[in-house]
Design a protein around this ligand. Structure first.
Ligand code: HEC
Ligand code: HEC
Length: 294
């Protein structure tokens, strides 16, 4: 065998291994490199009213949709290249871990082992108030612990490669990009309450400011086409059409909205009438302001 061929037979695998090793180390540094927030210190009551409030939050905010009906944990995604993401058994976690560990994952995206989470939408929960975080913890703790066997999570090579090159990031990299609430000084309390509901429910998919932006796209990307729209469009909905969309997942004309129809049925059909009024009041106010800005 010519010497050059022999050399390349060795050199190519060595180079591939070196690059893979670099990507693994760089992504690992990212996943373990986020500073812990100041520990959550709110008091958690376990009374029936708090637990009931926690259950309502767990349904309307989608915890149940991803972590399972009894918060017993479920495999969220399992792909050889992207990885395996496992929504934890929260009933068990709340029995074994402090409210501070629960809150750090929920609002900041850092898991119980101190590593950054990748698939948990903490950017949707960063504005949850302390009392609501405490109610969610109390609810998780009130549930019977099912010993569901869950496979170990794993961040796959495609995601590690993107993270290593700075083209993607774990949840704590996105949490600080969620803007502050902007309507909490508004004269109408329904608008204030509605902003809180929307900014802890809809910004999982409709952009961190609810304006249809794609917060995960690399900087400089063109605006997304065909994704979840700018929620300013709700200003053009009648109140009844909006309530119907939330309760049934059906928009005017009964078009199939796919994921939106599923989340409406699973989560938003459970809003109280008062919550729906508040959400509508806020989205109409936001839409009117957006129109005013041209
Ligand atoms: C879109 C699906 C989804 C929703 C909605 C969701 N989670 Fe998660 N959650 C996950 C996944 C997946 C993980 C594991 C993430 C990972 O490894 O990247 C996770 C992780 C967690 C963890 C950390 C577990 C650990 O082992 O450290 C906590 C705590 C948690 N979620 C609480 C909640 C609560 C409370 C809610 C509702 C307010 C909620 N989640 C809503 C998917 C979701
Ligand atoms: C899990 C992701 C997800 C969440 C959470 C979500 N949406 Fe959507 N939504 C979508 C997607 C995707 C579409 C686009 C569907 C399509 O056009 O096929 C959509 C479309 C819509 C539309 C446009 C319907 C139409 O007439 O075309 C409205 C209004 C809407 N969502 C309101 C909301 C509100 C209000 C919330 C929060 C209470 C919310 N969504 C939360 C994914 C989501």
């Amino acid at each position: 065998m010519p010497r050059a061929v022999l050399a390349s037979l060795v050199a190519v695998p060595v180079a591939v291994l070196a690059v893979a090793g670099w990507a693994w180390r760089a992504s690992e540094a990212h996943l373990t490199g986020f500073a812990a927030p100041p520990p959550f210190a709110a008091v958690v009551a376990g009374d029936g009213a708090t637990v009931a409030k926690g259950q309502h939050l767990a349904i309307t905010r989608g915890c149940i949709g991803c972590h399972g009906e009894r918060l017993q944990g479920e495999v969220f995604e399992d792909d050889p290249l992207r990885g395996r993401f496992v929504a934890a058994n929260l009933a068990k976690l709340a029995r074994q871990q402090s409210p501070a560990v629960f809150e750090r994952a929920l609002r900041h995206g850092i898991g119980q082992d101190g590593r950054a989470l990748y698939a948990m939408p903490s950017y949707n929960f960063v504005h949850l108030r302390d009392a609501d975080v405490a109610a969610l913890y109390a609810y998780a703790r009130s549930l019977p612990v099912a010993e569901t066997p869950l496979p170990a999570p794993r961040v796959g090579p495609v995601i590690r490669w993107a993270i290593a090159r700075g083209q993607d990031g774990a949840v704590p990299a996105f949490v600080p990009k969620v803007p502050a609430l902007r309507w909490q000084a508004h004269a109408d309390p329904a608008v204030r309450r509605g902003e809180y509901l929307a900014m802890t429910s809809c910004n999982e998919c409709h952009g961190f400011a609810l304006r249809g932006d794609d917060p995960f796209a690399p900087p400089g990307s063109p605006p997304p086409v065909g994704g979840p729209p700018d929620l300013a469009i709700v200003a053009g909905y009648g109140r009844d059409a909006f309530v119907r969309l939330m309760r049934t997942g059906k928009p005017p004309g009964d078009r199939d909205l796919g994921l939106m129809t599923r989340v409406a049925r699973g989560r938003f059909a459970h809003w109280t009438d008062a919550e729906l009024e508040d959400l509508y009041a806020f989205l109409v106010a936001m839409g009117a302001q957006a129109r005013g800005q041209g």
